[in-house]
Every structure is written in structure tokens, then in C-alpha cells.
Design a protein around this ligand. Structure first.
Ligand code: SF4
Length: 496
């Protein structure tokens, strides 16, 4: 990784709640809080390992990032593409939904302000700490809502509904002109590659200046609207955060389908994830056709599939064979080939080696690492097995009951875990060192129900360092050292 890594995904306060049972009149709906306010950045080119006991929400998080489950709350901003190469509908939707979003945002801001006042009026003590935590949560939700509106379009927050509609029209016109320019350039490039149609090329090129003028005009109109609106210092901070990322949580299913090519999943089970009635060639080819990379029957597609198969360690003459003719390790290679054939940028590997024999595991891990190197991939590697996670990950997040408990680069996490849960997980890694003085910490009790998680720190029912504050106040997720975050009131080895 370079010194200044580029953020590929920025996840803020992500929530994924699944309703349980039927909603009954007079009773609040119960939810499984599978992910309960997760914030983290995933950097381009890294392998981010996610670890925790089964049921901690790590697989849900992986699938939610890909929007295979639409998230209940928070933002997941993807920087692998820009809004410009996105569909016009996305740009239009932003403007259409703004009035409603603004209203929601104002409500959240009022709630957060009230929580702050209540907090400030309270005497010191545990209750005040809990109120502070409540305020911080509301404040972060309000800020996220505001960011959702302002990040993409800059300081337009203070515009009236009418001004917003006007700005929206100019954005759409500018967007269409940009799209047309890109289309023409692509066509020109294709013709030039074939070395013919010089007339056609110059005709196409001649239409570009008028379109460029149109883009400039529309941008100038937007600037005019922006200059006229009354700006308040409060929102200037957000203007500087205007960026070009795409909030996946806001996309429609059709828009998400377009991005699916960039964001892929490698499943745990190489047995059930492959259609037994399809040959390897058909399995890999399916995605290629769905994403418009090849047309059905294109002879070049077969060459491409064979090339991918070879890269994934499968002999290309297997192309007409069916999944049952392969071993577990080979089937996982097929699954990997299928995901990587569409040239993704971000791949979630969900327990990708857990179903395999230990002897095969390392082959598949090494294959994943090689492919990452060759294709500049970014992985979210999910596993309950810390030794696998340690081997493959640049950074690690430790999850428990839907929350991130600790996050750090791999070396640091193993050298100095600050969280009691991480400490217990690390102590349970089997060692071959017979003289090891390492104490194995047995976690007492079961994981509590995610429908009704413990108050305060969710780990307090099983933690050997638990005190009164842990039972009442949710610990904040704080940076203890650069890049090392922990959610605990009594961080290990830190003087209080
Ligand atoms: S906050 Fe308290 S209960 Fe939770 S992990 Fe830290 S010490 Fe244990």
C-alpha cells in the first residue's frame, strides 16, 4: 500500500436491522440488529479482515456493503466510480428527494440539539455518560443525513425548493452533454483502433466543441444559483466535503445492478454456489454476458474464459465439464474465476476457504493473494479463523454482536490488543509452542440474543473486566493510537 491510500469505501454508521416475527398491534416490532452502527474506511488495494464468532454480523456486513441486503441506515460511499459515469436517474433522484431529505435532516438536528441540552444539564455520573453517548449517536446520525445531502452537491443545502429544482435541471442537462461527449470519444477510439473511417471520425469530433460549450453554460447557471443563495457558515464545512463518491445505500436496484460488476462476492460453500446443470464455461460466461462484456455466442468469450481459468489454476480444457466433476478446491477456483472474470474492484470473500481441507486452504489463499496483486483488487476477507485472517489481512476488524469492537493494522492488533474480546480470541489460537506461557481465556456464557442485546457494552455479560459503567454506557469507538480503534471503557494496558 502507498503512503497515502485512497479510500474505496467509506462506511458511516451502517445499520442493518432485520424484523423478526409479525408486527402486532400495540407492540413495537422486534429487530435483529445484525449491524448496529458500523463506521470504517476500506482502502484501495488492501485486504481488510473481518473476524468474530459466528452470528456476530460479519457476513451480514459483507453482503450489506454489496447491497445484497439493502441497509437500514447509514451511508456506504463507493469511490470506485464517479457520479459522472453513472446513470442520469441517479442525479435526478438526488434532486427529487432533496426536500424530503432536508425535512428529515432538520428533525434529526433538532433531536440532537435537545439531547445535547439534556446532557449538559445533568450532574456528573454514569447517567450523564449514557446521555452523552446518546447525544453523540444522534449527532452523528444528523451529520450523516446532512452529508448525504451536501456531500454530492456542495453548498446547496440552503436553497429553496424552487432553486433546487432549477439546479437539478441544469445538472441533468450538463450530465447529458458530458455523457454524449464520452460516448463520442469511445466511438472515435474504436474507429481509430480499426484504422478506418477517417471521415466519420472527423465528423464525430466536430460535434464535441458545441457539447463542451453546453457543459460550461450549465455549470455557470448552477454557479449563479449557488452564488445567490444565502450561505451560512454552518454549512461551509460540508461544502468542502463535496465529493464524487456514490452512496450505495441510495441506489435503486437497477442502478445497483450496474455496479454489481465492480463489487463481487466469493461464497463460502463451493458445493451449493455452483449450478450443477451448467458447465464451467457457462458458469463463468453468465456474468460476462449479464454485464455486457460479451454477446452470446461471441467466439472471443471462450478464449477469455479459458484465459481466466488458467489464471485461477484450472486447466482450460475443463471448460465443458460440470461442477460435480471437480474437487472442493477446484470448485472454489471456479467460484473465484466466476467473480473475477468481470474485472471487479472490490471482492467480499465470505469464509472463502472455511469449507476446504487445511491442505487446500493455503493454495486458495495464495491464489487470492496473487490475483489481488495482478488485478489491483481490494478484499473484504471474512473468517472466524484468526490464523487465516492474520495471514491474509493488512488490517483487521473484530466484531461482536453487530458492533465493531476493535480495528487496527494486523501487526498492531496481534502485538497489542486493547479490547478484552480481542484478547480472548487471540488467546484461543492454537499454538505449536509447547513452552508457550500463553494463558487461554475461556469465554464464559453464550453470545446474547441480538434481538435483545445487553445494555451498555454488548460484551459485558462475558467480560472479565466488567464494571458498573460497562453495564450502562455504550463505550465509544475511539482511536487509541493512529489507526487503532477500540470500543471499551477499560482498554487493556491503558492507565485510566
Ligand atoms: S467496556 Fe467493559 S465490559 Fe466492555 S469490553 Fe470493556 S471492560 Fe469489558
Amino acid at each position: 500500500m502507498s503512503n497515502e491510500p485512497k479510500v474505496l469505501l467509506k462506511i458511516s454508521n451502517l445499520k442493518q436491522y432485520f424484523p423478526v416475527g409479525k408486527k402486532q398491534v400495540g407492540k413495537p416490532q422486534a429487530f435483529v440488529k445484525a449491524n448496529d452502527g458500523i463506521s470504517l474506511n476500506i482502502y484501495e488495494g488492501e485486504t481488510f479482515g473481518l473476524v468474530g464468532e459466528s452470528g456476530c454480523g460479519k457476513s451480514t456486513l459483507g453482503r450489506t456493503l454489496l447491497q445484497l441486503y439493502r441497509q437500514t441506515g447509514g451511508r456506504t460511499v463507493y469511490y470506485g466510480r464517479t457520479v459522472e459515469d453513472f446513470d442520469l436517474k441517479y442525479v435526478e433522484e438526488i434532486f427529487k428527494n432533496l426536500p424530503e431529505k432536508k425535512k428529515k435532516c432538520e428533525e434529526l438536528r433538532a433531536k440532537a440539539q435537545k439531547a445535547r441540552k439534556d446532557y449538559e444539564a445533568m450532574p456528573d455520573g454514569i447517567e450523564k455518560k449514557a446521555a452523552g453517548q446518546h447525544f453523540a449517536e444522534l449527532d452523528s446520525e444528523a451529520k450523516n443525513a446532512l452529508l448525504d445531502i451536501t456531500a454530492l452537491i456542495g453548498g446547496l443545502y440552503t436553497l429553496t425548493e424552487h432553486e433546487l429544482a432549477e439546479a437539478g435541471k441544469h445538472y441533468s442537462a450538463e450530465y447529458l452533454a458530458m455523457k454524449e461527449i464520452r460516448k463520442i470519444n469511445a466511438k472515435v477510439e474504436e474507429l481509430e483502433k480499426n484504422g478506418k473511417a477517417a471521415d466519420k471520425i472527423s465528423q464525430l469530433k466536430s460535434s464535441i466543441p458545441a457539447l463542451e460549450k453546453k457543459v460550461q453554460e450549465e455549470l455557470a447557471e448552477i454557479q449563479k444559483i449557488r452564488d445567490n443563495c444565502s450561505k451560512s457558515g454552518e454549512f461551509d464545512e460540508y461544502e468542502s466535503q463535496k465529493d464524487n463518491g456514490i452512496n450505495l445505500a441510495n441506489l435503486t436496484d437497477a442502478e445497483m445492478r450496474y455496479l454489481r460488476r465492480d463489487l463481487q462476492l466469493i461464497f463460502q460453500d463451493p458445493y451449493s454456489s455452483l449450478n450443477p446443470r451448467m458447465t464451467v464455461g457457462q458458469i463463468i460466461g453468465e456474468g460476462l454476458q449479464a454485464h455486457g462484456m460479451f454477446k452470446k455466442g461471441d467466439p472471443k468469450m471462450q478464449d477469455y474464459i479459458m484465459e481466466i481459468m488458467e489464471k485461477c489454476g484450472l486447466a482450460s480444457y475443463f471448460i465443458h465439464r460440470y461442477p460435480h466433476q471437480f474437487s472442493g478446491g477446484q470448485r472454489q477456483r471456479i467460484g473465484i474465476a466466476r467473480s473475477l472474470a468481470v474485472n471487479p474492484k472490490f471482492v467480499v470473500c465470505d469464509e472463502a476457504v472455511s469449507a476446504l481441507d487445511v491442505s487446500i486452504q493455503s493454495q486458495i489463499i495464495n491464489l487470492l493473494l496473487d490475483l489481488k496483486e495482478q488485478n489491483n483488487l481490494t478484499y473484504l476477507f471474512i473468517s472466524h479463523d484468526l490464523s487465516v485472517i492474520k495471514y491474509i489481512s493488512d488490517r483487521i476488524g473484530v466484531m461482536y454482536l453487530g458492533n465493531m469492537m476493535e480495528l487496527s493494522d494486523t501487526e498492531h492488533l496481534f502485538a497489542h490488543p486493547y479490547h478484552p474480546y480481542t484478547e480472548a480470541l487471540l488467546s484461543a489460537i492454537p499454538t505449536t509452542d509447547v513452552d508457550s506461557k500463553k494463558e487461554s481465556i475461556i469465554l464464559e456464557g453464550d453470545i446474547p440474543s441480538p434481538i435483545n442485546p445487553p445494555k451498555g457494552c454488548k460484551f459485558h455479560t462475558r467480560c472479565r473486566y466488567c464494571t458498573e459503567i460497562c453495564q450502562n454506557v455504550t463505550p465509544a469507538f475511539e482511536e487509541v493510537e493512529p489507526g487503532h480503534f477500540v470500543a471499551c471503557h477499560h482498554k487493556l494496558g491503558v492507565e485510566e
